[in-house]
Design a protein around this ligand. Structure first.
Ligand code: FA5
Length: 346
């Protein structure tokens, strides 16, 4: 019996490396383990083995069976690898030119963000960055946003799970981590890291629990601006924004500041723009974001002397600007990854 089993094992061991087709494997396996297979025959013969010898014999057969099955598994792995290789084709030579003649292109949001960066750079702003995972202090407290402000509600802000410690994002003790709901956090980070005068913009991704529709996305982008110097006035804010919209939307574009409220600016405004250059969107006020003069309480939070320094801040939706510029009627196009849409911006 042992010799027979050994002979089967040797046969399997010799045959497996030569099998390159799944049908050949199945046919071979049937000659061993199929209903009329050699191994099956031995199993059937067990009934003729004297009762007292059966346990030892059963154990022996099982040992061989296990080894044979390991060869089957190996054969199937070989076949998987061969089939995958056939699917992928010959090995890739990365030094050859790409078979796809179309060059890659920048996402329309990246293009818009870079245009915005260029405009602000021309008038002396530098680009600052901040983390997308923030603490409540940077997103709210330092921005004079009280504990009970609706924006802090779990309905509006995405909170990280309690046990998600994301490294030393804040050195301000045990706080909850959140996904930042606006880029105004970078105002605080910049004011803590650098001394005035300051002139920065900060484009970046933000997150809110907003239900997705044609104009809202739970993940979107803003471009923050912060300007701090001596005797800065609303006139300076208006002049910078006028310049920005004229550069982005063309000559004749103008800005309107509509009284509003943000906890971190006083006075605060909604920032609207109008342009004659946008087809059916021409000559109507369109909201771009919010702005205002930095609230002295924000200066207090970061240790800047509000008797000496004044400033303005603004925050605009990047998707909003890209949509107006290109006549895009649904924000979700930016996130669907449909190349037919994206290739239009080559
Ligand atoms: C803010 O986020 C303030 N931090 C702006 C600010 C900065 C005010 C500095 C004063 C000083 P608001 O929530 O209104 O404000 O958002 C600003 C802009 O972001 C909106 O006008 C809109 O263009 C865009 N936005 C807001 N929510 C969404 C959303 N869910 N999807 C896409 N864009 C959005």
């Amino acid at each position: 019996m042992k010799e027979q089993l050994q002979a089967i094992l040797t046969e399997v061991e010799n045959a497996i490396p030569g099998i390159v087709k799944r049908s050949d494997f199945e046919a071979f396996k049937a000659t061993i383990s199929g209903p009329k297979g050699k191994l099956t025959d031995i199993l059937k013969g067990m009934k003729n083995v004297p009762k007292e010898d059966r346990p030892a014999m059963g154990k022996l057969i099982n040992e061989y069976k296990t080894q044979i099955e390991a060869f089957y598994t190996q054969a199937l792995e070989n076949l998987d690898a061969l089939e995958l290789a056939a699917l992928i084709g010959p090995p890739i030579d990365p030094s050859l030119p790409s078979p796809d003649p179309a060059p890659g292109l920048l996402h329309p949001l990246t293009q818009t963000r870079r245009r915005m960066d260029d405009v602000f750079r021309k008038i002396g702003f530098t680009v600052a960055e901040g983390p997308e995972v923030e603490t409540e202090w940077f997103c709210f407290d330092a921005l004079n946003t009280p504990e009970d402000h609706p924006a802090r509600d779990e309905q509006d802000t995405l909170f990280m799970p309690e046990d998600a410690k994301m490294g030393n994002v804040s050195k301000r003790g045990e706080e909850r981590y959140i996904l930042r709901s606006h880029t105004s956090t970078v105002q605080i980070r910049t004011m803590l890291a650098e001394k005035p005068p300051l002139r920065i913009i900060s484009p970046g991704r933000v997150f809110r629990r907003d239900t997705s529709d044609a104009t809202h996305s739970a993940n979107f982008h803003q471009c923050e601006g912060l300007y701090i110097d001596r005797e800065v006035t609303i006139k300076d804010l208006k002049a910078v924004l006028d310049y920005f919209v004229a550069e982005i939307f063309g000559k004749g574009s103008k800005v309107r500041l509509r009284p509003s409220f943000f906890p971190f600016t006083e006075p605060s405004f909604e920032l609207d723009m109008m342009t004659p250059n946008l087809g059916k969107l021409s000559n109507q006020w369109i909201e771009l974001g919010g702005c205002g003069m930095v609230d002295p309480k924000v200066f207090d939070a970061v240790g800047i002397n509000s008797g000496k320094w004044t400033g303005f801040a603004f925050g605009m939706g990047v998707e909003r600007i890209a949509m107006i510029l290109h006549g895009i009627d649904d924000i979700r196009h930016f996130y669907n990854n449909d190349l037919r849409f994206l290739r239009q911006f080559a």
